[in-house]
Design a protein around this ligand. Sequence first.
Ligand code: NFE
Ligand code: MG
Length: 500
Amino acid sequence: MAKIVLDPLTRIEGHLRIETRIAGGQVAEAWSKGEMFRGFEALLQGRDPLDAPVITQRICGVCPISHAISSCKAIESACGLRVPANGLYLRNLILGANYLQSHILHFYHLSALDFVKVEALLGYTGRDPVLVDLKNWAESEIRTNRVLPVAPFLPKLPGDYAADPQWNLGALANYVEALEIRQEAHRMAALLGGKMPHAATLVPGGVTCVADAAVLEDFRARLRRVRRFIERCYIPDVLQAARLYPSYADIGRGPARFLSYGVFDEGASTWMPAGTVNGKGHEPLNLALIHEDTTSGFYRGNHKSHPKDAAAPIPQPDKPRAYSWLKAPRYNGLSYEVGPLARLVVAAAAGERSISQSLSALLRETGLREEQLPSTLGRHAARALEAQLLAARMEQWLDAMQPGAPAIVPYKNRDAGSGVGLVEAPRGALGHWITLKAGRIGSYQCVVPSTWNFSPRDAEQNPGPVESALVGTPVNEAYQGLEVARVVRAFDPCIACAVH
Ligand code: NFE
Ligand code: MG
C-alpha cells in the first residue's frame, strides 16, 4: 500500500481531504487539504461594524457563539467599550453551554463510532428500551435490505473494534441519550442567546437579554442535567475507550507545542489562562509573533502576514504547489496545537492549581503518562475533562450574576481605529482582527482554531499539527484508513470554520 486517501473525511464539519504516504506499515508523510473556499473576510469589507458579529456567526453552526464573542470583542477594543461584569458572565454562560453541546457532539456523534462495534446490537438480549428499539431497527434493515442499518451508524471503516459487549452497547445507548442532552445544552444557550444556533443577544457592548431569576434557575436546572450526563456517561466512556485502545496513547503526537488565548472572563482575569507551552513551561502570549503563511494555500502570492496587516486573500485555484484552501498560522515561525488539550496544558503550566490537579487525576485514571497527553487518547480525555470542569464552573458564574445589574454599555462607533477580539472556541484559539475606515469595516481577518490544527505546510515546508501528528501512525491495509481517521477526528476538525 503506497498511500491512503480519505476524501471526504466524514463525521466532521466541512470538507477535508487527508492524504498519507505509507512506508513500512506506517504513515511516513501526510497532507491536510481544505477543499472549499468561502470568502467571509472579503464580504465583510465596507460594511457597518455591527454586521460583523451577525455575519461571522454564519461561518459555523457548531461554534457561532465563539465567532460572535470574538467579533464583539474586536469591535469593543477598536471603539473603547468595556462590558459590565454581568455581560461577561452572560457571555461565559452562553459560550459554556455551546462548549458542552460541542464536546458531547464531538465524542458521541462524531468520534465514538471509530471505537464502537455497532454489530454488537445484533446479539442484544437485554431490556433497555433504547437498545431494544435500535436492535429491532437493525434487524428489520437486515430483513429488507440484507445489510445492517445505514446512517448514522454505517457505513464506517472496517477495523479492530473491541469486542467488549458492555462497552459497545453502553456507548450506543449513550449515543442516543447524548442527542437529548445536546438539545438541553442548545436550550441553555437559547435561553440567554435568544436562539440557537446564531444567537441574537451578543452585540458590541455586552448582552441584550434580560436574565431574571426564573431564567437563570431554568438554565441551572438544565445545566445540572447536562452535568449529570457528563459525570455518568461521558467521563466513564472516555476512560473505557482508553482501557480498550491503549495503543492510541502513543499514536498521534503532533508538535507538542500548545497555544491558548485564554477564555471565560471573570473580570480581572480569565478562568482558562492565555499562554504557550513549548517544552519549557508556561510562556506569556505575544500576539506580535503570530503570522499566517499562504505558501501552500490556493491564494495569490506567498505571504507571511500578521492578521492586523493582512488583506482579504484572493483565490487562485491553479496556484502551483498549493494544495489547501487553509492558510498556515504560525507562532514564532512554528506550528502550534490548539484546543481543549492545549488549554489544559497551558493552564496547568501557568500554575492554575485546580486544573493541574484534575489533569493529574485524569492521567492516573487513564493510565497515560504526562508525555502521552499529546495523543489521540489524550485529546479525547482532555475534551471530556474540560466539559466536566466547565459544567462545574458555570454554576459559579450563575451565582456571580447580579439580577437587575446592567449587562451592556451603549455602542458608539469610531471613524478609525483597529482592534482584536480573542477567545477560545471549543476547538481552540480564535481571533478576529478589525480595522475601521470612515466608520466602516476597512479590513477583517479571522484566524481560526481548525486553521491552526489543520494548516498545510509553510514556506519552510514544515507541516501543520495534524500533518505531523499523523506521521508514525501504524496502519493495517485491511482497515482502509481507520487508524488515520481516529487520529484526525480526535482534533475535532471543522473545516467550515478553518477556511471561512
Ligand atoms: Ni466550526 Fe469553530 C470551534 C471556531 S473551529 S467549529 O470550535 O472558531 O475551527
Ligand atoms: Mg482568516
